[in-house]
Design a protein around this ligand. Sequence first.
Ligand SMILES: O=C(O)CCC(=O)C(=O)O
Ligand SMILES: [Fe+2]
Length: 392
Amino acid sequence: MTSTTPAPTPSRAAHAAAVSAHADRRARHATTLGIRGPLRRDADGRLHPEILAAYAEHGAYVFEGVVDDAEIDALRRAMDDVIDGAPVRPKAGLDRHGRPALGRDFAVEPFVLTRPLSDPWGGTTLLAGRHPTKMAEPAVDEDAPSHVVHLVFGMCMLMPEALRLYGHPALLAAAASVNGDDFVPYNDAIFVKLPGLGSSVGWHQDGATHWDRPDWDPDIHGFNFQVQLHDTTAANALWVVPGSHREGRADIVGMVAANAGSDLLPDAVPLVCAAGDVTMVNRQIVHGSFANSSPDPRISITFGFHKRSSVLGVAGKLRLTASDTPDPVYDERRIRDRAAVIALAIDARSQHHPDEVPFGYAPFVGLEDEVRHTPANAERILRDYNVHDLAI
Ligand SMILES: O=C(O)CCC(=O)C(=O)O
Ligand SMILES: [Fe+2]
């Protein structure tokens, strides 16, 4: 795929003004789509059919008020500490306080650091080359740091609060409704978009594996949840092109070219959220986010789920680093190892929220002792669990 020529560098203020004018208009349109509301379930605990129908049509839904204030507060505090413990720059061993940075002994580097307001993947071959165009990269303010935290991997090792969130019963019930009772996890990643600094995510579709399969369907590459730790705005939100998940591979280069080279795509809408809202976004939808030239933060705890049939026996894709070794084929063992994190998370949550009815995760029914959240099981299941991510 060819990449487009990057647009001239706007100032941060000019970028913020352009994004926010477009954003306000498109946010109004988003409210007409019927893709937001409480996470309603029917008598069987499944997502309400109206929600499933709206999600099937548009490829995205905003569940309002899923995670309560106390849990969001705890997650925010934990996340502040994680950001504070990031290496000062790529490959540095120390954080900005001179302490050893977090996660130096993790098999998967937990921090992706970027230049402020940059688009690290757009127009590159990284991540299977799936971000073919570059977002506008505004100039940074003079006092900006050289690098900012863009992504955090391995949340279940870094924050017990995040492990417990992963076991949220309503979210797991939604996953079962869309991907079947034997659904499997994909990965987790926290997108960090600090005010005036956060990097962009170029327009892309997440799926990388199944586009040409004869039995392709709109749900074959799964979906991602994003739990929002702050009120988001149209300017710093995740944007999606509704319905694009049903139409196969999109010509993103053509879409930007048809928009006079501007990344403010006319058909896209922002998924505006309050803190505690959770988005569900089909991984095949065209989506992205602009450099956060706005004064407001967005921190999105992102974790996804697949149908088991989408990963079993399939060679994975989407490694963050180039490698000469072939992609691994996901077998029962790998799926089980990664799925055990969900089962452990459910028990961790239920120990912390004895008042809540825990989610019954079908693949581990009858195996509860193996995945009870004890120190020994947590060490066994969580140590470098994201080496077993199921990325397709
Ligand atoms: O949150 C963002 O800005 C990007 C999220 C994304 O690309 C994803 O969840 O797949
Ligand atoms: Fe994505």
